[in-house]
Design a protein around this ligand. Structure first.
Ligand SMILES: *Cc1c(COP(=O)(O)O)cnc(C)c1O
Ligand SMILES: [Zn+2]
Length: 439
């Protein structure tokens, strides 16, 4: 059998920049006789298993159109946990398990706090209820984890312009990382349905912001077509590299908690984030860093619940919902792109999905703010509201150790906040008036 010459292979490995992670590149190549192994990972179809090279610019399988995932050659990647522990708690401490080989485009994302919700936990009878506050990422949501990897890959792949459709946070994050990278960003939003803070960010960071008279699902179809025809780089969660960044939420939870939680609860829109966390934790199992997985639990809004329906009715696929509606605009999505991945994540871990009403979401947004000091946007509160509901219905056991991911910051959606709160008390500028309102 003909194998490539060792020096040539070494050069290729170095060119791809992955040499530093390889234990012994040349012998690996020789024993496997496959040039493909120069790459430390491949794109693999989750349905038919077809494999594609990492620098193939595709978002779906060329054979069957299903989703792709990034598969690492874990046996040959040197991962040293003690070395990780010496690095700062940020996303790039896990760089051996990320696809980027160039200097990343980073704004110091990740390393978000894991709060023990003592007060809400006590009310619910839970000793160990935690919230990972992803609102404390640079642009105020977990989307930054996806974008630091996604925009870095865009540069690595030689793409000149990045694009996305967004319910808001994806556009804010993409705009910021494109600015950092010095490349243009195009974002499509559903007109009139994006929280004020998010539009403000996308505009201020200099993206080309286009509001379409249609919903998010339509915006995504449109941007998908335009990316394929015009050669823009698509950074919605159908892009498997973006999800690689987001899987680090799970890594950090393991490192911060020091053990595997019994359950992880996430709000679900396009279902990329919950699928990404599950995928990352499976890699930790494969590497023998952990020996069990948390029950992956997805929470949707009552007016936008296609994944919950699929789980409850035990369907093989998610049936899209035509007109999703909820105050939690970040999860106002009727046709979740990562449907097939989320069904696997939930079923393989014995998890579940449930929906909460807008009232339950807003009540929990206030509870998190007033009883825990944690300011989140409505979609984020859905995860904790979901725990409350599942405790009351007896699905969740009170001795479980539970981590909720709260996904975005309170200031993202100031209008929904103001509507729920009393106006400030306005008085004349004298001490007497002040004392009268204090009494
Ligand atoms: C994007 C987003 C979600 C939904 O995440 P998916 O990966 O689409 O399921 C939830 N909350 C916030 C704040 C978001 O920005
Ligand atoms: Zn396929």
């Amino acid at each position: 059998m003909k194998v490539a010459n060792a020096t040539f292979i070494k050069q290729c490995v170095t060119l791809r920049g992955h040499a530093r992670f390889l234990k012994d590149p040349v012998s690996i190549i020789y024993t496997n006789c496959k040039l493909l192994l120069i790459y430390m990972f491949r794109l693999v179809c989750v349905n038919c298993g077809a494999e594609f090279l990492p620098d193939d610019i595709i978002y779906r399988c060329r054979k069957c159109e299903h989703l792709l995932t990034v598969k690492y050659d874990l046996e040959n990647i040197e991962v040293n946990r003690a070395e990780w522990d010496r690095r700062p708690m940020r996303l790039w401490r896990y760089r051996e398990l990320l696809p980027v080989s160039r200097e990343p485009v980073t704004l110091h994302e990740g390393g978000t706090p894991l709060y023990h919700l003592k007060s809400i936990g006590k009310e619910l009878g839970l000793k160990e209820l935690y919230a990972k506050h992803e609102g404390l990422n640079p642009s105020g949501s977990f989307k930054d984890r996806g974008m630091t990897v996604g925009v870095s890959m865009a540069l690595e792949l030689g793409m000149k312009t990045v694009a996305c459709a967004s319910t808001g946070n994806t556009s804010a994050s993409l705009a910021a990382y494109a600015a950092k990278a010095g490349i243009p960003a195009v974002v499509l939003l559903p007109a009139g349905k994006v929280a004020l803070g998010k539009v403000a960010q996308a505009l201020m960071h200099g993206a080309k912001v286009i509001a379409i008279r249609g919903n998010f699902d339509r915006a995504l179809e449109m941007v998908y077509d335009i990316c394929l025809s015009e050669g823009l780089y698509l950074l919605n969660s159908v892009n498997p590299y973006r999800l690689e960044g987001q899987k680090t939420i799970g890594f950090e939870v393991i490192d911060q908690l020091g053990c595997v939680p019994d359950r992880m609860v996430l709000p679900v829109g396009n279902a990329g984030n919950i699928s990404a966390v599950y995928k990352g934790l499976c890699e930790f199992v494969e590497l023998d860093f952990i020996d069990s997985l948390p029950m992956m639990t997805g929470i949707q809004a009552a007016g936008s619940r296609p994944v919950v329906d699929a789980i409850e009715q035990n369907l093989d696929m998610v049936v899209p919902q035509a007109d999703p509606e909820t105050v939690a605009t970040a999860i106002r999505i009727g046709a979740p792109v990562n449907a097939e991945k989320v069904l696997t994540a939930i079923r393989a871990t014995g998890g579940t999905a449930d929906a909460v009403t807008d009232d339950e979401i807003l009540a929990m947004q206030r509870d998190l703010a007033r009883k825990e000091g944690i300011g989140v946007e409505p979609a984020s509160a859905a995860s904790v509201a979901g725990v409350k509901k599942l405790i009351e219905s007896g699905v969740i056991d009170r001795d479980e150790r539970i981590v909720c991911v709260v996904t975005g910051h309170l200031l993202k959606d100031p209008e929904t906040v103001i509507k729920q709160c009393e106006s400030p008390i306005e008085i004349d500028a004298d001490i007497e008036s002040l004392l009268s309102v204090l009494r």
